[in-house]
Structure formats: C-alpha cells, structure tokens
Ligand binder design. Structure first.
Ligand code: SF4
Ligand code: SF4
Length: 135
C-alpha cells in the first residue's frame, strides 16, 4: 500500500465531473479529502491523501493527467516569517487545518507548525510574502 499527499488543480470545465468517485470505483483507491475549494465556472483545488496499490495509484494518476488535472506533491515544509507578517488575516480562510490562525487574546496571527500539512494554500493569499516553502 502506498500513500501520497497531493494538491490537485482542476480546469474549470471539469470541476463538475465525478473525478473522486472514479478514482475510488475504477482504480480502487482510498481518497481522504483534506481540503476542497470548488466554485462553479472556476478552477477547482483539492488537497487529498490517496492510498492504494502501486499499479492502481499509477493508473489513477494517469487518469487525472488525461483530464488535464495538475498534480503537485505537498511541499516539504512551510515557514512563516513573523517579522514580515502584518497580521492582515488574509491567509486564514485558506488554511484547512487552522495551522495559521488568529489569536483572539492578542488579535495577532500565529502559526502552529504541528498542524501544518504543507498544502501551500496560504502562500498565494499572503500579499507580504510572509509564508514560504522550505525545500
Ligand atoms: S501550508 Fe498554509 S494553508 Fe496549508 S496547512 Fe500549512 S499554514 Fe495551513
Ligand atoms: S496573509 Fe501574510 S501578512 Fe497577512 S496574516 Fe497571513 S501571513 Fe501575515
């Protein structure tokens, strides 16, 4: 059994297709959806953990690639630069695990590395480049 955590980016024309259903039914894969952002007529994004046998995982990934779904592994690590952060909270709605959150006592943004799954969803949301991928 192999387990992968990936970010899937869907072109807007296929966001309404039952892609996850086919991965489960046709490729015998287990899908754990960690985060979904799907808006009709727009690009969709899923952060998923996919488990299955090597061969079925490969054919399932090929199925996604044929649909022009972009597949990116989750980043190795994420660093939050407190000194660059202006506590604007723009990143918070994008975080699926509350790793980056508003501390209500101080009304400042904080980062809990233990909760971060390195999905990268917060990075484009930050106008101040306060969050970066560490390879
Ligand atoms: S990468 Fe950003 S959005 Fe993803 S879990 Fe970590 S802090 Fe949250
Ligand atoms: S978007 Fe950037 S500057 Fe704003 S709170 Fe998040 S990390 Fe800080």
């Amino acid at each position: 059994m192999i387990k992968k955590r990936v970010v899937l980016t869907f072109p807007h024309e296929i966001v309404s297709q039952p892609v996850v259903y086919h991965l489960v039914k046709d490729y015998n894969l287990m899908i754990n959806i960690l985060r979904a952002r799907v808006t009709p007529q727009e690009q969709g994004r899923l952060v998923v953990e996919i488990s299955g046998r090597k061969k079925e995982l490969e054919t399932g990934m090929n199925y996604l690639a044929e649909l022009n779904i972009d597949i990116q592994p989750l980043a190795q690590d994420i660093k939050w630069h407190e000194s660059k952060c202006v506590h604007c909270t723009a990143c918070i709605p994008h975080c699926p695990t509350n790793a980056i959150f508003l501390n209500r006592d101080t009304m400042k943004v904080s980062f809990d590395k233990q909760k971060c799954i390195a999905c990268e969803l917060c990075i484009p949301a930050c106008p101040y480049q306060a969050i970066e991928i560490v390879i």
